[in-house]
Design a binder for this molecule. Structure first.
Ligand code: PMT
Length: 226
């Protein structure tokens, strides 16, 4: 039997891409199948945590015993996080691939092709940073982020750890086609202020179990700064 040592804890996990409407038929999005986030939700639930999984549009099946909240855009994802974290959560894990930009104004009607031009200009504005907002409002005792990088993976991830005020960042090299987006396997580097840990490449389900253990042990041995 799996140890139920997360009983009484509330973990909030984001997964999948966000989808930002351009018009009623088109959107901007990111690669992400949701597999990593869903595996984390399953692993935390199996250890006894009460889990809220806030997910962008994906094909994954809803994990048993998890409170699944489906959203589309980054604005909706942030609102769902906030409304599910009015009581401070124990752990937040941002595994979602949030679109950094959205349309300045999404149009109500389908945009028509301009017959006189081969170009089109879209004006994009920054989406809210979900992790930074939740950290600033101290919505969880411990904040864990993911970093999807294509180069200088550990260096860039360390920068995000500090800039976003995270306790732990889990870095993926998304330039590799055998791991990361959409794959069943992943290989990550787990970075805290003081340590770096590189578990071997494994199925996302197996890796998620190891990551949940690591996060739990970190929370049990490190005072919360939130
Ligand atoms: O879904 P899979 O196919 O299983 O693939 C898993 C994954 C590769 C998508 C996942 O492991 C992963 O790396 N997720 C984070 C992707 C990402 O958006 O990384 P980033 O480096 O751009 O963002 C850093 C962190 O900030 C992330 O935790 C992200 O959720 C968060 N973020 C980003 C933008 C934003 N506006 N708000 C945020 O909170």
């Amino acid at each position: 039997a799996i140890k139920q040592d997360l009983t009484g804890q509330h973990w909030v996990i984001t997964a999948g891409p966000t989808m930002e409407a351009i018009d009623p038929v088109r959107y901007i999005s990111n690669h992400s199948s949701g597999k990593m986030g869903y595996a984390l939700a399953t692993a935390a639930q199996a250890r006894g945590a009460s889990v809220t999984l806030i997910s962008g549009p994906v094909q994954c099946a809803a994990p048993h015993g998890v409170n699944l909240v489906s959203v589309k855009s980054a604005d909706e994802m942030l609102a769902a996080c906030e409304s599910n974290m009015t009581q401070q959560a124990d752990v937040f894990i941002g595994a979602a691939a949030v679109a950094d930009f959205k349309m300045k104004t999404a149009t109500d009607q389908k945009m028509k092709k301009q017959s006189d031009s081969d170009e089109i200009q879209l004006t994009l504005v920054k989406n809210p940073d979900i992790i930074a907002t939740l950290t600033q409002k101290k919505r969880a005792k411990y904040m864990v982020g993911f970093a999807a990088e294509t180069q200088k993976v550990v260096e860039y991830a360390k920068g995000k750890l500090v800039k976003k005020g995270l306790d732990i960042i889990i870095a993926n090299d998304v330039s590799r086609t055998d791991i990361g987006f959409n794959q069943d396997q992943n290989q990550v580097t787990v970075i805290t202020k003081d340590n770096t840990w590189s578990p071997s490449k494994a199925a996302k389900k197996e890796l998620a179990t190891q990551l949940v253990s690591f996060i739990y042990e970190y929370t049990a041995s490190t005072p919360s700064t939130n």
